[in-house]
Design a binder for this molecule. Sequence first.
Ligand code: DAT
Ligand code: MG
Length: 155
Amino acid sequence: KALQLTLAVIKPDAVAHPLIMKALHQRILESNFIIVRRKDLKWRRQDSERFYAEHSGRFFYQRLVEFMSSGPMRAYILAREDAIAHWRELMGPTKVYRARYTSPDTIRAQYGLTDTRNTTHGSDSVESAHREIAFFFPEFQIEDWMKKEEPCFRT
Ligand code: DAT
Ligand code: MG
């Protein structure tokens, strides 16, 4: 399988807790991801609105926008084969209470507070990974990185 990049974000609820941050970082390393880039940042409200524009109009949009700009976050570009699906699987379902019920080993089940304050973000497709990596890491050249690095991971 081919090497893939995904965007993983540790949301403000988890960044506020050093032990959870540490556990999540450890989880990333244990899951055979390569950390390609890492960045600590805080969003302004308009960054939040722009990133989640597809959800404007949903009942939770204001809550989501408010929460995501409420404190610092940590973003990662992660690489491995099937990175997008693997990170989504580690995160678990969007809704924390469903996650606790159906997949108690997942990150959202273990650390999530509410359906909105659900600890982590992960891209859900190749297209969204490209868009979201560019959003968080505008200086990162995906195609250049792939050209240079992808051959090194072939076995
Ligand atoms: P995901 O983050 O699993 O990709 P999504 O893209 O559908 O989920 O929604 C983006 C974020 O919006 C999600 O991480 C938390 C919030 N959200 C989604 N559905 C929600 C709901 N029913 N109630 C409250 N917050 C919700
Ligand atoms: Mg999503």
